[in-house]
Write a protein that binds this ligand. Structure first.
Ligand code: HEM
Ligand code: HEM
Length: 181
């Protein structure tokens, strides 16, 4: 039973949350399968798909952030230790931040490399910096570094916390983010 004080995320927030998970799984699979991008790498279908899915992720995250800021967070059930509420909040905001910063760095790096970026072949996405513009050569390395050693460990902690609430504390935290039945 969900206690009467326990809130649940709105249907929109829930759909957006699980959509981002699905897009991220696809994005890492594509990122690790596509050819390693070097100086003369041609833009293959997989690389182009990586750009498109990445741009889609930024768009969805921006919508999610606007929704979150305008709708707030549902009330917590009684008895959740304040440190857990605070640390969850820190991880959530860090995830939002990195999900904007990482694709932006990828977008800058693809622009720096002079690679064409389209949105699933439907329209061209403008470059953010000029080809080989001075000062932007580091963006590819940092994009990959934060994608692999920033986002992934944070998601790991986040999922571990969700499982801890579900199976050890046996409270209703996970249910807040699941579609109502
Ligand atoms: C949240 C979204 C994204 C994630 C999680 C992600 C993840 C990754 C990962 C894991 C790699 C490393 C691939 C390898 O091992 O070689 C990579 C490389 C790359 N990604 Fe993304 N990416 C995202 C969005 C984007 C976007 C939006 C673009 C461009 C529009 C982009 C452009 C690139 C480029 C150019 C590289 C090669 C970087 C280099 O090695 O110098 N990425 N990405
Ligand atoms: C199996 C994977 C996942 C599970 C089980 C899960 C579970 C949850 C749960 C239960 C909440 C509500 C937490 C609370 O009420 O305090 C939540 C919120 C959140 N999750 Fe996940 N999550 C998963 C994957 C992800 C991924 C991949 C991301 C993004 C990288 C993510 C980002 C967030 C964010 C930002 C919030 C806060 C929502 C808000 O207040 O705006 N989650 N998640």
């Amino acid at each position: 039973m969900v206690s009467s004080t326990q809130g649940r995320y709105t249907r929109t927030a829930i759909v957006l949350h699980w959509l981002v998970l699905a897009l991220l799984i696809a994005q890492y699979v594509i990122g690790w399968t596509m050819p390693h991008i070097g100086r003369h790498t041609p833009v293959t279908t997989l690389i182009s798909l990586h750009f498109s899915v990445g741009v889609l992720i930024i768009a969805v995250i921006v919508v999610r952030l606007v929704w979150r800021i305008t709708h707030g967070e549902p009330a917590h059930e009684a008895g959740i230790p304040p440190w857990q509420v605070r640390s969850a909040s820190v991880i959530h905001w860090l995830l939002y931040l990195l999900l904007i910063v990482v694709p932006l760095l990828g977008w800058i790096n693809a622009s720096y490399r002079g690679m064409p970026i389209t949105f699933f072949g439907l329209f061209h996405v403008p470059p953010l910096v000029g080809t080989h513009a001075a000062g932007w050569d580091w963006t590819g390395d940092i994009h990959t570094l934060i994608a692999e050693y920033g986002i992934l460990p944070l998601v790991g902690l986040h999922v571990a916390a969700a499982l801890y609430h579900r199976f050890i504390r046996r409270d209703q935290v996970l249910q807040r983010m699941l579609p109502g039945v």
